[in-house]
Design a protein around this ligand. Structure first.
Ligand code: NAP
Length: 462
């Protein structure tokens, strides 16, 4: 086969891979087609890798095989982490992706020295700056989520100005290099300054905002890959990077909207700093608690139940028990639906993924805007390990850090039951007035154990 035909085959494989990436994104947007979406993405990525490995310019596979082996050794355990660790795992994969892009950009610069065309130098510099800051920024984000680093925002006076000056320094060095690419000593300095900026960018942001930051870093990693595609003249990389970059950006916007926060507030607002309470909140208030037996009796007599899952269901891995509860209640003729908040859990779609894993029918998962008008006609809102996404303070307390965040209006249901282990706050670190309402019953315990107990009571008492 002559090289031209091989190249045409590679290009064809790239086109198919890109089409599969686009289909993957489309299918991933609905739980019903998400599995197909994942498969399409995987096949597309495999096809792109194989096509690249067929490039006739490769003269030796030794190092490629070694790198593939190292990647597999790191990647396989990363793929097996517990569901609750997926946000930090995602941050790590962005870090690795960005590091790879930055290193290839660095290599391309030295390979092309001393004659780097101005436009090429613009591409390389931008790509290396974005790749480097995404690498360190993602590592800090992963460290915060894994709680190796402090979750609280670390800030000091004049921080934004200092950080922006550091970024400005990297950009100035890049500009200088565009006109004087042969000044090779400046290049590593630009890389180091970009790495430092990545740390400065993410350190002042609180742990609660890390999922949004990760999706923004995802878009940076995509942008860096797209720029690398221009440097390497690889069209598949340009398109895949652009898809990655834009989808990450759209996701960040969706998350900001769901929390009623602006981008600047997430990036520069130091959300999650210790709040100075207004004082009134400190007064002693009582809650009513109930046993699994009492909860089962109330649920068994209800006509309409809305289950609201949150991060605690993920921690307890209670989704299969929740499925049993759904089955038991449905068999008794109770209408059971699930109210899904867009930022319940620790990553977008977290609840959909868990409930889909437990084979809950997709049409029973109802989005926040659609389920909210139904709460006044709901007999029981059963909150399982959710907290912030049900907090009425988001609507009423202007001083609350989550003020304005749309919530699931469970407080409008006739009875509210909340399964959680204690009175501890959720991710935003604030008290929830829902728990002190007259019609709220607290069901203290681990979500998996408590739901299991309710199912047993329902079965026994029938
Ligand atoms: P949450 O407010 O963090 O509350 C989770 C609750 O689960 C806690 O109050 C905890 O109380 C309980 N819990 C933990 N382990 C449990 C267990 N084993 N059994 C029973 N309960 C358990 O969670 P959420 O309501 O899902 O809200 C998500 C939060 O994350 C929001 O503040 C949201 O803005 C933020 N966030 C999410 C995303 C996203 O993409 N999903 C992105 C950015 C930010 P106990 O300790 O008392 O048990």
């Amino acid at each position: 086969m002559n090289p031209l035909t091989a190249q045409q085959l590679i290009d064809l494989a790239y086109i198919i891979a890109v089409a599969l990436f686009i289909l993957a994104l489309k299918w991933l947007s609905s739980p019903a087609s998400a599995r197909r979406g994942v498969l399409a993405g995987e096949i597309g990525a495999a096809l792109a890798v194989v096509a690249t490995l067929c490039n006739y310019e490769i003269i030796d596979y030794k190092w490629i095989i070694a790198a593939l082996a190292v990647g597999a050794v790191v990647g396989v355990p990363l793929g097996l982490v517990h569901m609750t660790a997926v946000p930090q795992r995602t941050a790590l994969s962005h870090a690795f992706g960005a590091l790879a892009a930055a290193m290839i950009g660095i290599a391309e610069y030295y390979v092309r020295l001393p004659h780097v065309a101005k436009f090429e130098m613009v591409e390389i510099s931008l790509e290396v700056i974005i790749g480097s800051l995404t690498f360190t920024g993602s590592l800090i984000a992963a460290g915060k989520l894994q709680e190796i680093l402090p979750q609280r925002p670390i800030t000091y006076k004049g921080q934004n100005i200092v950080s922006l000056s550091v970024l400005g320094a990297a950009v100035l060095m890049a500009l200088w290099l565009v006109f004087h690419p042969e000044q090779a000593r400046l290049f590593p300095a630009m890389v180091v300054v970009s790495l430092v900026f990545g740390v400065m960018l993410v350190t002042p942001i609180g742990g609660a905002d890390m999922p949004t930051v990760i999706s923004l870093l995802n878009s940076y990693a995509g942008l860096s890959a797209a720029l690398l595609g221009f440097v390497l003249n690889n069209k598949a990389l340009v398109v895949a990077g652009a898809l990655d970059g834009s989808s990450g950006f759209i996701l960040s916007v969706i998350m900001c909207k769901a929390m009623n926060r602006s981008f600047t507030n997430v990036m520069f607002g130091a959300f999650g700093q210790v709040q100075v309470s207004a004082g009134a909140a400190q007064e002693e208030r009582t809650v009513r608690s109930a046993s699994a037996e009492e909860a089962a009796a109330i649920l068994g007599n209800a006509n309409a139940v809305v289950i609201v899952p949150g991060y605690g269901m993920a921690v307890a891995q209670a989704q299969h028990k929740v499925r049993e509860l759904y089955d038991t209640l449905t068999k008794r003729g109770v209408d059971v639906k699930f109210g899904i908040h867009p930022v319940a859990g620790r990553m977008p779609g977290h609840m959909n993924v868990l409930l889909a894993e437990a084979d809950i029918p997709y049409d029973k998962l109802v989005d926040m805007d659609a389920i909210n008008p139904e709460f006044p006609q709901t007999d029981v809102a059963l909150v399982i390990g959710a907290n912030d996404v049900t907090n009425p303070a988001a609507k009423t307390d202007q001083g609350s850090p989550i003020y304005g965040m749309p919530i699931l209006e469970v407080d409008k249901a006739r009875t509210v039951m909340v399964i959680k282990r204690s009175m501890s706050p959720g991710f935003a670190g604030i008290d929830n007035p829902l728990y002190y309402l007259d019609r709220t019953l607290m069901l203290f315990g681990d979500a998996k154990v408590f739901v299991g107990d309710i199912v047993r009571e329902l079965a026994g008492g029938h």
